[in-house]
Design a protein around this ligand. Sequence first.
Ligand SMILES: *[C@@H]1O[C@H](CO)[C@@H](O)[C@H](O)[C@H]1NC(C)=O
Ligand SMILES: *[C@@H]1O[C@H](CO)[C@@H](O)[C@H](O)[C@H]1NC(C)=O
Ligand SMILES: *[C@@H]1O[C@H](CO)[C@@H](O)[C@H](O)[C@H]1NC(C)=O
Ligand SMILES: *[C@@H]1O[C@H](CO)[C@@H](O)[C@H](O)[C@H]1NC(C)=O
Ligand SMILES: *[C@@H]1O[C@H](CO)[C@@H](O)[C@H](O)[C@H]1NC(C)=O
Length: 419
Amino acid sequence: MHLKSYVTAALYGLPALAHAAPSAASYSQPSTPSPSSSASEDHFREYTIKAENITAKVIPYGARLTSVLVPDRDGNVQDVVVGYDDPKYYLHDSQTNRTFFGATVGRYANRIKNGTFSIDGNTYHIPENENGGQDTLHGGFIGYDMRNWTVTSYSDSSVTFTLLDQGFENFPGDVISHATFSVSTEKSAENPRGLPQLTTKLVSLALTEKTPIMLANHIYWNLNAFKNSDVLKDTSLQLPLSERFVGADSIEIPTGELLDVDTAYEGALDFRQPKLIGKDIEKTTDLCGDDCTGYDTCWLVDRPAAYAAANSVVPSLRATSEKTGITLDVATNQAALQIYTCNGQNGTIATKESQAKRNKAQDGDSGATHINKYGCFVIETEDWIDGINQPQWGRDQYQIFGPDDGPVVNFATYQFGTF
Ligand SMILES: *[C@@H]1O[C@H](CO)[C@@H](O)[C@H](O)[C@H]1NC(C)=O
Ligand SMILES: *[C@@H]1O[C@H](CO)[C@@H](O)[C@H](O)[C@H]1NC(C)=O
Ligand SMILES: *[C@@H]1O[C@H](CO)[C@@H](O)[C@H](O)[C@H]1NC(C)=O
Ligand SMILES: *[C@@H]1O[C@H](CO)[C@@H](O)[C@H](O)[C@H]1NC(C)=O
Ligand SMILES: *[C@@H]1O[C@H](CO)[C@@H](O)[C@H](O)[C@H]1NC(C)=O
């Protein structure tokens, strides 16, 4: 597996390691359209990347994707990524709701039971930032989503952010990570129609000690572009390979059980064939925690023989919106998909004004002005969550890395089409 990681990382390249200084001040920024005066503004500077029929925006704060514009079935452009128009608002979000909108999360995505894990007989304890101290979520009180990453490479179609994490939040040792976002419409074996495609690459190296590493992109999608009040009745999801999911307790910590999608919760998690997100959602009571109805679940990507090699990139998710006709196909080298259906949203966060204006111009109606419950969905490509506390799963080789190991690579492509 490490050999494979080396190969993958060699292919994708490790940009500008030499320039990956933690301080933005010591690094001269690449030329960008909007000159900025202070280093703190740089953290929120928008970098726009473009290819035919796809425009995306990212910011250094949280190595964050803030917008993706793609055409719908009528050729009208829609923003399918949930977030804020004003990049500075992500700081306010971190200080209040901490939604993780569009962020890169790490050093270890999702929850770590009791903020505790062991490596080679040593027990480590990191700050628990959730559920009254019962677990660590997305890296702790100050996760990678709140760090100011350094821009180490920038072109018209690609941006790379770099972060040197020196034992932050009490994780053992130093880790350097690169988060790359790129867009293209080039035809290839993986993209035969030359569809607009976003590619995300998270490449990390453990530098000094053995440590858990599991970065993930935390992108909230809404393929109906908030033309509907939620995604329940217009958005279909398909997880063609996912036969099992990770069972979790009343605060969403894995119990160690792996459940079958065809039997658990009356088949509500069976998305092997396309199904409206809302079709069986009422059957999920307690799935996303005590008294919570909705999906917030880690589905395994059960690889068919052709993709048996760990780390090979496999098409593993398709989502489509009846409202806009926009389709999203996700392929990844990861072994699981965490999908969250915005069960915790309650209409207190406003949708982007830029998209409301588009909706008004296109439909004569601004659409949803706020992000409602079930008003979006998150896809995280990652490994089996809290695998570091479930040794019987045998995931350590994919989650624990040290100075002797090759790069850790989380690779995903997001292709947009219409029907
Ligand atoms: C990132 O930058 C913002 C603005 O400069 C600052 O408020 C924030 O504290 C920084 N984050 C960290 C983790 O240092
Ligand atoms: C770009 O989108 C427009 C509108 O949907 C479509 O007509 C055109 O064929 C697309 N271009 C490519 C290269 O796919
Ligand atoms: C939780 O972590 C603390 C601190 O490491 C430890 O003392 C305690 O035993 C742990 N609790 C459980 C249930 O593992
Ligand atoms: C809505 O969600 C926010 C953020 O989680 C929370 O602070 C607020 O109390 C919630 N409001 C209602 C009415 O539930
Ligand atoms: C959550 O977001 C809303 C909208 O931005 C904001 O009014 C509120 O202060 C934030 N915090 C909480 C705890 O609701």
